[in-house]
Design a protein around this ligand. Structure first.
Ligand code: NAD
Length: 472
């Protein structure tokens, strides 16, 4: 074991946890325990929230340019740690190092850079008749985050919260807490005022619930599963606290008959298997027009078989393990059920070879999936793609919308107007047409059970502001 932390970051310093209990952190590629972190308690949360509350008035009153300067210094401190961040995420999550550098490190730095700019020019006040309408920070934010993009999901909350003038108590996922320790080293070096950001690690039922139920937390900003999001919303509802929820997904990748199928399948498979399929926005349902269906299946099987699984630190590895043994069992269960429900295996599956050590699942493509079956309806969170034939645009839209989720999606067509018409009809928070790139300044969030609220860019900032009318 490399690291045994016993401390949290509270009120501007590293202090010992109230209790001695610890939680193990594993390397999912080797199954070894690589670190331990404290299992926080409600008493630790009380200390963190008290620090954030005490710091709030001062931080909220800080001039925008000064807040921006703090975030800029944080950006510099994190940039200096970029290699360490990528290696830490590769170790605690299993993301291949190259991808960890680009997505797990580069993306949160880009998000933070965007909020340096937005912090410097906060939303203007407005005059409505005899009213002056002003935007003010919401207050103390409880941020609870998952393991799959462990720094990005923290940054998507922390950066806008700080830019808006809020103070924060963070509970990262207990499966990937190590990158948050690096983040708080950078926060300390950047010299943010004591209490403005606080870290407590621990389990969801103990630390997470203590944050969600805390009377002094004004907004609970959560990213994770829909079931946990519902629990958090219930806890917050009891005291009418705000919630922002970024939850699960089962996004559809719609490939129309006039699409460039080669590109659509290549990009679609890459999207579905990104980060071993542990991506909330993954296009896990590929909906292909019947006239191009067989062609798409051949291409998808070939693309899946070309993935190299293995050590996240090896330069040619494209697919790492899943985060935990439990997650691997869940994913295996989904594959077995998908096949039992009539799906046809075209790549991967239960018997495909995987490394002996580590929580790996082979990239799997299952065809002829019934749109109502569990594999088409449940979030798998592993490298498993369900392919479904569709008859025409109306049918594609109906199947795409046949989901309790609505987080992301894609449409491919040679006719951009046609693709845009389909995109507008999809009940989902984002749609990419013909492989358009991810935009870190665009609003990000869910329709239906994929969540409430938006993150990123100026829409993300809005979540951390409230509106006051002053009549004169
Ligand atoms: P999870 O819901 O199990 O855990 C997320 C966080 O909530 C963790 O920090 C966990 O400790 C905490 N938690 C668990 N139970 C809690 C409780 N009762 N009260 C308070 N906090 C609790 O989710 P996960 O397994 O870490 O992450 C995977 C899920 O996250 C997937 O469903 C995925 O789609 C979703 N996700 C969504 C987005 C998005 O932006 N929409 C992004 C990434 C992941």
């Amino acid at each position: 074991m490399d690291l045994a932390r016993t401390d949290f970051y509270l009120d501007g310093r590293w202090v010992d946890a109230c209790a001695d209990a610890t939680l193990p952190v594993h390397n999912p590629a080797t199954e070894e325990v690589v670190a331990t972190v404290p299992a926080g308690t409600a008493a630790d949360v009380d200390r963190a929230v008290a620090a954030a509350r005490a710091a709030f008035d001062g931080w909220a009153a800080t001039a925008p340019a000064e807040r921006a300067a703090h975030l800029d210094r944080l950006h510099a401190a994190l940039t200096a740690r970029a290699d360490d961040i990528a290696r830490t995420v590769a170790r605690e999550l299993g993301t291949p190092l190259k991808l960890a550098a680009r997505v797990q490190t580069g993306l949160p730095l880009t998000v933070l850079r965007g909020y340096v700019d937005l912090a410097a020019r906060p939303p203007a006040q407005e005059t409505v008749g005899n009213s002056l309408v002003v935007r003010e920070p919401v207050g103390v934010v409880g941020a609870i985050t998952p393991w799959n993009y462990p720094l990005h999901q923290v940054m998507a909350k922390l950066a806008p919260a700080l830019a808006a003038g809020c103070t924060v108590v963070l509970k990262p996922s207990e499966l990937t807490p190590l990158v948050s320790y690096l983040l708080f080293d950078a926060i300390h070096e950047a010299g943010l005022p004591p209490g403005v950001v606080n870290l407590v690690t621990g389990t969801g039922p103990v630390v997470g619930e203590a944050i969600a139920a805390h009377p002094d937390v004004d907004l609970v900003s959560f990213t994770g599963s829909t079931a946990t999001g519902a629990r958090i919303a219930h806890l917050a509802a009891d005291r009418i606290a705000r919630v922002a929820l970024e939850l699960g997904g089962k996004s559809a990748n719609v490939i129309l008959d006039d699409a460039d199928v080669v590109t659509a399948v290549k990009v679609g498979v890459g999207n579905a298997f990104l980060n071993s399929g542990q991506t909330c926005t993954a296009w896990t349902r590929m909906l292909v027009h019947r006239s191009r269906y067989d062609e798409a299946l051949t291409l998808a099987a070939k693309a899946a078989q070309a993935y190299r699984l293995g050590d996240p630190f090896a330069p040619d590895t494209r697919l790492g393990p899943l985060v935990s043994a439990a997650q691997r069992e869940r994913v295996r269960g989904h594959v077995a059920r998908g096949l039992a429900d009539g799906g046809r295996l075209v790549a991967g599956g239960p018997d495909a070879p995987v490394p002996d050590r580590g929580w790996f699942v082979a990239p799997t493509v299952i065809a002829d999936v019934d749109p109502d079956s569990a594999l088409a309806q449940e979030e798998v969170f592993g490298p498993v793609l369900a392919v479904i034939p569709v008859d025409d645009d109306d049918h594609a839209v109906a199947v795409a919308n046949n989901s309790r989720y609505g987080l992301a999606g894609a449409v491919w067509s040679a006719d951009e107007d046609r693709a845009l018409r389909v995109a507008r009809r999809m009940r989902t928070g984002a749609v990419d047409v013909n492989g358009a790139p991810f935009n870190p300044l665009a609003p990000f969030g869910g329709y239906k059970q994929s969540g409430i609220g938006r993150e990123l860019g100026r829409y993300g900032l809005d979540e951390f502001l409230q509106t006051k009318a002053i009549q004169r």
